[in-house]
Every structure is written in C-alpha cells, then in structure tokens.
Design a binder for this molecule. Structure first.
Ligand SMILES: [Zn+2]
Length: 243
C-alpha cells in the first residue's frame, strides 16, 4: 500500500510546530467591509469541515473545546453536565446550559484576493454561511465553486454591529464570472500544495481532559487556570459563532 502523502505532510506540519497546532497566522478572519475570497478545494473532496465545540469554559479553554461525543463518539462530561443543567429547569440553569451546549463551527481553506502572498488560510464560519455555500454547490448554475479552473470568487461583506450586543453580519455574493484559482497551472499547484490540514489545527482532548477543563471552570481555584469565565465571554463567543 502506498504512503498517503497528505498524512505525511500533516505529520511534518505537526512536527515543525513542536507537536502543537499551527500558530495564529493560519487563521483568516474577515475585516470590516468588502473582501474577495476564493474557497480552495481539499484533497478529500470536502472543503466544508464540520467541528463540534463547547465554548464559554473560561480562559483555560479559549477557542473552544472539541466535543469528544459529537466529534469522536466518546463520552462528553460537558454535554452531560449541560443536559443536567437544562433538566434543572430554572432560568439560570437553562441560561448556563445554553451557553455550554455543543455548537457547530465550519472551516474551509481560503485565498484572499490581493493577499495571495499570505498563502492559504483557514476561515471559520457559522451555520448560515455553511448553508449558503452548500446551497450554491448544489445549485446547477454554480456547482463546484472551488473548481481550480472554473470556480468562482466571492465578495464577502463583513459588517460590525452598530449597537452594543448585536452581532456582526457576514454576507457572501458569488461573482458572475467564473475564474481560475490562480493565474496558471504552476501557481494553482502551489496553492493546492499549501492547503493546511485542518485536522491538525485542533487538539483532540480525552473525556478525562475535558472533565478537568469543566471542573476548573466550575471551581477556578481548584484548577490550573486561575481566571474564571464571565458573562461577557459568553457574549463574545456567541457573537463569534454568528459571524
Ligand atoms: Zn460535548
């Protein structure tokens, strides 16, 4: 059986990062206003990667915790705890349960037009955009929007909220004309070879590790993280999700 080069590349990537996930420069976040982006295909034929996270677990778990249950079919102490809270049925317990329930987040490699030098980065987005993108792919007028020769660029408009507590808005409009991913075959090949392995960007945690995160969140004095969570971090995370 032949060696899977993509897996080898992922291993190398992990090694170069000291066994840790890649640093911040692999992530792309939209800036306020308009930007043109191109979604980049992945080797496995599915550029829309779905991950399940728990958020709002304090400073020790910034960026979220991958849910062992929804992501890997294992036990999840946070899911269990959140359903218990929900069943308690008080306003407070339900509010906290909601903030801890698992959330879906989607990731796709992108090239930002005009910032091609920054390479292929990973864009994380919420369910509404995911539905929009899937809808376009399944629409015969568009089809494979990531096609390296005949795909489409998108104009993404990112609008920050004008009032406090409101959510930022992301609007995606596909270009009328299809285009190539890059200017020639060689450049396209280079882009495709630089697609980050999204799986290596998140740390998989065992049920035991997840339990420790939950415990130190519930009792910040007992765990390694002295900073607890606050209501504002809940708001932040929810804002982030709806973006
Ligand atoms: Zn969970």
């Amino acid at each position: 059986m032949a060696i899977d080069m993509a897996k080898m590349k992922a291993k190398l990537q992990e090694l170069e990062n000291g066994g840790k996930s890649k640093s911040d420069n692999v992530w792309w976040r939209p800036q306020e206003g308009d930007q043109d982006i191109r979604l980049v295909p992945t080797e496995d034929g599915d550029p829309f990667k779905v991950y399940h996270f728990h958020y709002n677990l304090g400073e020790g778990a910034r960026g979220g915790v991958l849910c062992p249950k929804r992501q890997f079919g294992e036990n999840c102490p946070i899911c269990d705890f959140a359903s218990k809270l929900w069943q308690e049925g008080t306003d407070d317990s339900k509010k906290m349960a909601k903030s801890l329930f698992v959330r879906q987040r989607f990731f796709t490699p992108v090239v930002v037009r005009g910032e091609e030098d920054a390479g292929v980065r990973v864009w994380g987005y919420g369910k509404t955009i995911y539905e929009t993108l899937l809808g376009l792919v399944l629409n015969p007028d568009y089809g494979d929007i990531t096609d390296v020769d005949n795909g489409v660029d998108f104009t993404l408009t990112y609008t920050l909220p004008k009032t406090k507590g409101a959510f930022p808005q992301t609007n995606l409009v596909p270009k009328r004309k299809s285009s190539g991913l890059a200017k020639n075959k060689g450049a396209i090949k280079e882009v495709l070879e630089a697609v980050p392995q999204i799986d290596t960007l998140f740390q998989r945690k065992s049920a035991t590790e997840v339990k420790a995160i939950l415990e130190s969140f519930l009792d910040p004095t007992s765990g390694p993280f002295s900073e607890g969570s606050s209501v504002s971090s809940v708001d932040e995370a929810i804002k982030e999700l709806s973006a």
